[in-house]
Every structure is written in C-alpha cells, then in structure tokens.
Ligand binder design. Structure first.
Ligand code: F6R
Length: 606
C-alpha cells in the first residue's frame, strides 16, 4: 500500500529518492518523506499530501547525505498528517515501512510502560523504539534488527538506516514485496522494481521472511531461520521502465488507449494465429478430469473473474465457484478433489488474494494465477502463471489490466472447453478468430471520445448512478459502477438487470441516470424490458448497444453505438465505454484521476 525506497549512494541521494518515490506514488499518496544520514546524524523532511509538497520542503531545506530512505504513504494507522508521515526515527535509527505490524498495540503498551514516548499514531514507530532499545542495550544495528524482527507480527516491508552508519542499510520482507537493486558501487531498495528503474536494471527479489544487510559493495541476505541465503540477480524487463504519460493528460487515459496493443500482446501469448487455436502453458493436471474451477480476486480483478465464470460454464461446461478473496479466505470452504483454483491480480501482491491462494493450496487445489507483475508473490506461489502482458499500470483505477485479464481468461475458458470436448475444433477456431478481432474494434472505438465528454457533463450532476447488465455483461455493470465511484466520487451501483424490480427500482426518478450494457444477444429482449421499467418511472437512460436505439421503444438520454461483435468478446468491447464514461466524468469534475482519494494501487494489507 505504501511505497518505500532506499539508496546507499555515491553522491547526495535526496533527488534520486524523490524520483524513485514518484514511481511509487501509485501505491499511496497521503504523505511522503525522506531521511538521510548526514555527518553521522539522522535528518528528515516530511510533508502531508502529494510528493510535490515534500519536494517544496526539500527545496527550502535540502537534505544532503549519501545514505537515505524514503516513503510515500497510504494511511493504515493514524491520520494522513505530517506527524504520522514516514520516515519515523529516534536519534539512532530511522525506519520506512509498508504493511501492518499487527501486534503494534501490545508492543506500544509495553514500550510506553518502559518510558518510551511516541510521537505518532503509527504502528511503524514501535519498530523504531524497539530497535533503539536493543541498540541501547549494546547490540550492533544488525543484531538489534535481527532481535526486533522476531518480535513483529503482520505483513511488512522495512527499510532501516542508522546514525553513525554511512554504509549500512537493512531491508526486511515479511508479506509485503521488496526488491533490492545493484548499482556500480551503490545499492538500492524499493517496494517494486519500477521504483528503481531510473537507477539500475539488476534486481534481487527478497523472499518471504528474508532480511538483507546492505553495504555499497556487498549484500548479505538471511532467510526466516537466519540462514545466509543466495537470491538471484535478475534483469528488470524493459516494460518496467516505460513509466510516463506520453501525450496523455493522465496515466488512466494513456492506459485506456494502450488496450488494443496490450490485448494483442496478451492474446499473442495464448493464441496460435496460424491454426486459430488456443495454446496455454501446461497446468500440470488432466483438464478433462477437472471437477470444478474456483476463482477468487478483489475489486476489478474479481469482476474479470466473474466474466470468466460465465465463459467457463458456457464454453467448457464446467462448474465454477467464485468469491471475493476477503470472503473466501475466512469461509473455510470445502474445496473439491481435482479442483483448479484461479487467482486474478494485476499487482500479484493483494494480501487477501494471496492469503486465499495459500488456503486453496493447502486444500490441495492446483493453483493458476492471472497476473500482470510476473515477479510478484502470487505469481511465484502459483503452479502455473497465465501472465497478462499489460505493462505497468500506474493509474490507480484499473483499465488495461482488466481487459488483459479478460483476454487471458478467455483463452483459459477455451482451453478448458477443448480439453473437455465441450467445444469442437471448428468452434474453437471461430471463437479464437473473434478474440483476434478485439484490438481492431477497440482501436476504432477509441478514435472519437466526444460523446463521452458530453455525457460527463450530465453525469457529473448526478448524486447516484445505476449500472445494469445481464449474463456475461453483468460484471461490466459492476465494473462500470466501481470505476465511476472510485475516480469521480459519485455514488454508483451495478445490478443484474433482472434484479432491478426486487428493490433497486425504488431509487429510480428523473435524477438517477441508469447506464445499461445491452448488446443484442439472446438476453437483449429481457434487458430491454428492464429498461422500459426504468423509463416508465422517469429514469434517465444511457444505453450502450449494437441494436438500433429505436428498438428499445423508449426515449434514451444517451445512446452509445457499439460495434456488432461475437457475443464471446462482448465483455472486452463493452469495457471501453464503461471506462471512458468514468474517465471523462472524473476529468470534467476535476478530481485527481490517477490518484483518487483514499485509494492505493497495490493493496498489501487485508
Ligand atoms: C479498481 C481496482 C481495484 C483492484 C483490486 C485488486 O479499479 O484497481 O479494485 O482491481 O484492488 O488489485 P489487484 O488486481 O492488484 O489484485
């Protein structure tokens, strides 16, 4: 959730720390700070709000020092103000932290009883006091951290520097990701490799429970049992370095426009264009014997999984259970023998999804994950990874990762269908051809967005918006509502169109826009009856459909003409207007589109 960085440099590190934090701002942006070792002393600057506030501070009061750590925060404990901003420090030690120290209350009470004074409301400050206490007892910095790590419970990544130690930094990972970077006579740490993209492309990923003692020209990594271990140095992919907005006003706009290309890349990984068949990595089990698929994820990734449920049931005739990860992980659900569990995650680090993966693994399920960050924990703990080739997604609201997830899941559904004999080869080829058409349709749809700018004007006045869809497009209604609320802050809800009359219809009046995802498929007539029910109660209808507007028999406030496509690929195609409506509404309202309030890109706390 928060982003942490650290540099053992050859020149003053503050500018590079700020630069690295900029690449991590997507993880949190309530406050930011850096600390350095200057002439043996620790010094820091912190500021509430966006990174630019910290930059202004540093402009007025620069920090020198060749050893430093930095932090951009998504508040978990304590309000997002300067006092709670990281780094936290004593005279002897300074700490940046991502994650949650679950037993911090006990630790804090014990420390307070011993006379420690806390400055902030954070869980992190307990770590500072604990290390200081051990050092005051005479332990070396390394031994002090080793002793303290054994006392901490929870999921965290830490970066630690010490007064009087210009060539020492300690990194620790337990449940939250951490990458170490190797430079020429320099050493770095970051919450992910993207943070270090401007500094090095040689990365070592810490494993669960690892902690590292870093010097400019050496690195020792210890595992959870304090054994010295070797972790490989890998080369960062080029994609990780491509982190700028190009000609777009926001990352979200750039990422929406990248979809044709990113979907093509993802599909190319799974489709054999020559034979028009699906080519999936070996899942390590006989797919024809599979008894059930269990899908789990959070937020937008969950909605991608929900589309996959419809696809797998329809094209592979295989039962699918799906649940949001924060529920499934605690539900103690019985899972069948010969079951496949599929996890969907852009970041590959979402705490609830990861915990659910571990639960399903312990229950004997084969684990497949659809992830965007291949080096992530979820990817590493899966039996098979179905990567989405969306490239780094920086906008907090997920767009290209969603459609890339759909592309990979579509391939999975067809592979299951073929393995189980539920579709013929001719059907598979027809469905693969339909998938190959997706990038072309989306490119065309992205050529003109003027409709959406007009709609945004109207939607921005609404207090509530409803989204309706049916069948495989019902998840698009959920995704549309989520996208609108997270970036425009307008309350929105998605419903299965058939559910409307079971309650939500009471909300309809002339002030409630109802956005309807209504492709002309076998459920079209049913959806249109629901639209008529809305019209009869004065609701304002925004319809996206490939059927002519007149065929609804109602007066439409807005009509988004959609291309006629194979029903299989509709969710990929209808994702585009759903994203554009939210994007343009947020732009019109002047919200912070890429970094909406209270959110963070990577949710590594539960
Ligand atoms: C919404 C959004 C979130 C994420 C969710 C899961 O736009 O981005 O709902 O989809 O937090 O994150 P990942 O996919 O990283 O597991």
């Amino acid at each position: 959730m928060c982003g942490i960085v650290g540099i053992l440099g050859l020149k003053p590190v503050a500018p590079d720390l700020v630069d690295a934090l900029r690449r991590l701002e997507y993880r949190g942006y309530d406050s930011a700070g850096i600390a350095t070792v200057e002439n043996g002393h620790l010094d820091r600057q912190r500021a509430e709000g966006k990174l630019r506030n910290l930059e202004a501070r540093l402009h007025d009061a620069p920090l020198s020092g060749r050893t430093g750590i930095g932090h951009t925060r998504w508040a978990t404990h304590g309000r997002p103000n300067e006092t709670n901003a990281h780094p936290h420090m004593s005279k002897r030690v300074s700490v940046v932290h991502n994650g949650i120290i679950e037993n911090f209350r006990e630790l804090r009470t014990e420390l307070q009883a011993k006379g420690h004074n806390f400055q902030s409301d954070t869980d992190t400050e307990a770590v500072v006091h604990l290390i200081t206490e051990e050092m005051d007892k005479g332990l070396s910095p390394v031994d002090a951290v080793g002793a303290v790590l054994r006392k901490l419970r929870g999921a965290f990544a830490l970066g630690i520097i010490f007064a009087g130690e210009d060539d020492l930094m300690i990194a620790a990972r337990q449940g939250s990701p951490l990458a170490l970077g190797h430079g020429l006579g320099e050493m770095y740490l970051g919450s992910d490799a993207i943070a270090l993209a401007g500094l090095t492309d040689r990365i070592t990923y810490l494993e669960e429970g690892d902690w590292a003692v870093m010097h400019r020209d050496s690195l020792q990594i210890y595992d959870i049992d304090a054994k010295l271990v070797d972790r490989p140095v890998t080369k960062m992919t080029d994609a990780a370095r491509l982190v700028d907005k190009g000609n777009h006003r926001h990352f979200m706009a750039k990422e929406i426009h990248e979809q044709p290309e990113m979907i093509s890349h993802t599909l190319a990984n799974y489709l054999d264009m020559a034979t028009q068949t699906v080519r999936l990595p070996d899942i390590g089990m006989d797919l024809s014997k599979l008894t059930r698929v269990t899908i789990s994820a959070c937020g937008t990734a969950y909605y991608a999984g929900l589309v996959a449920k419809y696809w797998i049931e329809r094209y592979a005739r295989l039962p699918v259970e799906i649940d949001i990860a924060s529920e499934l992980r605690y539900r103690n659900a019985p899972l069948p023998k010969d079951g496949l569990a599929v996890f969907v995650s852009q970041s590959g680090e979402t705490a609830d999804t990861l915990a659910t993966l571990r639960y399903c693994k312990a229950q004997g399920q084969k684990i497949a994950s659809v992830v965007n960050v291949r080096t992530s924990t979820i990817a590493r703990e899966s039996d098979v990874v179905l990567p989405t080739l969306a490239g780094p997604e920086i906008g907090v609201a997920s767009t290209k990762a969603f459609t890339a997830q759909l592309a990979a899941l579509a391939a999975l559904a067809l592979a299951l269908g073929r393995a189980r004999g539920a579709i013929t080869q001719a059907e598979e080829q027809c469905l693969v051809r339909a998938l190959m058409e997706v990038p072309r349709h989306i490119s065309k749809m992205l050529q003109d967005e003027s409709n959406y700018e007009r709609m945004a004007h109207d939607l921005s006045k609404a207090k509530d918006v409803l989204y309706l869809g049916r069948g495989v497009n019902f998840p698009l209604a959920l995704e549309g509502a989520l996208k609108l609320k997270e970036i425009s802050y307008i309350h929105a809800e998605g419903y299965a169109a058939g559910e409307l009359k079971h309650g939500p219809i009471a909300l309809i009046d002339e002030n409630v826009p109802v956005v309807v995802v209504a492709p002309q498929d076998d459920l079209y007539e049913k959806t249109i009856s629901n639209v008529q029910e809305v019209a009869a109660r004065g609701g304002r209808i925004y319809l996206m459909s490939d059927a002519p507007a007149e065929s609804t028999g109602c007066l439409l406030d807005e009509y988004i003409a959609m291309p006629k496509v194979h029903p299989f690929i509709q969710p990929l195609i209808y994702a585009i207007p759903v994203q554009l409506i939210a994007y343009h509404t947020a732009v019109f309202m002047g919200t912070d589109v890429d970094q909406p309030r209270n959110l963070a890109k990577s949710v590594t706390v539960e």
